[in-house]
Design a protein around this ligand. Structure first.
Ligand SMILES: Cc1cc2nc3c(=O)[nH]c(=O)nc-3n(C[C@H](O)[C@H](O)[C@H](O)COP(=O)(O)OP(=O)(O)OC[C@H]3O[C@@H](n4cnc5c(N)ncnc54)[C@H](O)[C@@H]3O)c2cc1C
Length: 442
């Protein structure tokens, strides 16, 4: 968008950059180009958390693979996200929305617990220096009815997802957050935050140290299966034959896997970072260094930067795909609604990235038309996509201890959906109306 057309330009800091704040610490880079192998036991499409966790597990199980990425490794959601790591609350939201009964939700929640344990182990065992901080999470209730729904489900979440959650009535809200915006909420102990690009860099370093082949800027442009079952993976730099292929492309799933593209809905998520805040102000916003989200359908999520000096504020500012500079003023307004004391603070970074939703709003792994896949983070995939990557690698080698809940044959699509999510602005309009209704009348 031309600068002259950007609304509310006064919110931008003179040093503003339209790129992730996280890239100040690590920006995805093109890797030195090596000749592609002719054959590999396994090829992985997508070098994000899922692809690299799969590759690292394959290496641990003494199986060679190549990871191919259309761009620089980490270019996708894996260096752009909010860095908020939850252990099952997202699946819990499906229970709160009554889309799953508690009995149906149990196995998913148990696996979400394992996902949290997995990422914690990966980071601590490999000493990945990525600001891993287990300081919990506060989920703000957008309306009284949302708070009442939380109150009903909290003990189930604690039993099945070991979330260590407590209800926080409105009169105690200030102990959690420097805001009176919510109708109370839920404080969840088993949640963390990290620096997403440094977590990614840690995985990349580990993969490279282990000798895993990673081809950057090498889009996969065709996948065909020979009669014996071997795959021919056509890339921009030549063809590789592989016994198994893992698709780990999440919100960037494209035409090379049309049947998977029809099963994920890519959605843009947007984030802004503030300038360094005056002494004491950041801590007054988040006295316990929690990360935050709310029960609003037009979700916002936020936290302090790892050095505790800035607010990193994200949300679904738009439901289509647009310039993050255009959405920055909207996010800024969402931020001021929650923290009026930040009025006048400038923003230094604004960026976007894609997440992928499934039509049943659950993550998925499995095998379809001969291709293994780990897809559909539904907005929350730092732990989950890392875990599904590892589990997919185990499945490829027939070394899973059990079939995990997210590994299901069912991966719904719609007859009229071909991967072009033209309806997202309509969904956005409906969400905004329903949010308004809940806040006003419920
Ligand atoms: C703005 C934003 C905020 C988020 N906040 C959070 C958060 O706070 N907490 C949380 O848990 N999750 C969050 N997420 C989600 C999280 O980032 C993702 O779930 C996670 O990064 C997905 O990892 P992945 O490896 O599956 O996919 P990605 O990291 O998206 O990687 C997919 C890769 O596939 C590659 N690719 C696509 N097509 C091809 C092809 N044909 N050939 C080769 N390569 C291909 C792409 O180039 C890309 O690098 C957020 C995401 C975004 C965008």
């Amino acid at each position: 968008m031309p600068w002259s057309k950007v609304p509310n330009r006064s919110i931008f800091h003179p040093a503003f950059k339209a790129k992730p704040f996280w890239w100040e610490a690590y920006e995805p880079q093109k890797l030195p180009e090596a000749t592609l192998p002719k054959e590999m036991p396994v090829a992985i499409v997508g070098a994000g958390y899922a692809g690299l966790n799969a590759a690292i597990e394959l290496a641990r199980l003494e199986t060679e693979c190549i990871v191919l990425d259309a761009a620089e490794p980490g270019f996708g959601g894996s260096t752009r996200n909010g860095g908020q790591v939850s252990g099952g609350v997202n699946v819990g939201k499906r229970i709160m929305n009554r889309a799953l009964t508690p009995d149906e939700a149990k196995p998913f929640l148990n696996d979400a617990v394992d996902a949290f344990t997995h990422i914690e182990n990966v980071i601590t065992e490999n000493k990945i220096d990525c600001g891993w901080t287990k300081s919990g999470y506060f989920l703000g209730a957008w309306s009284q009815s949302h708070f009442d729904a939380m109150a009903k489900k909290i003990s189930f979440l604690n039993e099945e997802a070991q979330t260590g959650a407590v209800l926080v009535p409105r009169e105690h809200q200030r102990e959690e957050i420097g805001s009176d915006y919510y109708f109370g909420g839920m404080a969840v102990a088993r949640a963390a935050h990290l620096h997403p690009a440094l977590y990614f860099k840690g995985l990349l370093d580990l993969a490279q140290k282990t000798g895993i082949s990673i081809a950057s800027n090498t889009p996969v442009i065709g996948l065909t299966q020979e009669s014996g079952g071997t795959w021919q993976i056509k890339t921009s730099r030549g063809t590789i034959r592989a016994g198994n292929v893992i698709i780990a492309t999440n919100g960037y799933t494209g035409d090379v896997t049309p049947e998977l593209k029809r099963r994920v809905v890519p959605v843009g998520s947007y984030i802004i970072a503030t300038e360094e805040l005056p002494e004491g102000m950041a801590q007054s916003l988040s006295p316990k260094n929690r990360s935050f989200a709310d029960t609003r359908r037009v979700l916002t999520y936020y936290r302090l930067s790892p050095d505790g000096k800035r607010l990193i504020f994200g949300g679904r500012a738009k439901f289509g795909f647009t310039d993050p500079v255009e959405t920055a003023p909207l996010l800024y307004q969402f931020m001021i609604d929650r923290f009026p004391q930040l009025k006048g603070v400038k923003i230094t970074h604004a960026w976007t990235g894609n997440v992928a939703f499934a039509m049943d709003e659950l993550p998925h792994m499995g095998k379809r038309d001969g291709l293994h896949f780990a897809l559909a983070c539904n907005g929350s995939g730092i732990a989950m996509m890392s875990y599904l990557g590892r589990e997919t690698a185990r499945k490829v080698l027939g070394k899973s201890n059990r079939r995990i809940a997210f590994d299901r044959d069912e991966f719904p699509t719609h007859l009229l959906y071909n991967g072009n999510a033209w309806f997202l602005p309509l969904v956005g309009a409906w969400f905004r109306t329903a949010d308004w209704w809940d806040r006003r009348f419920n």
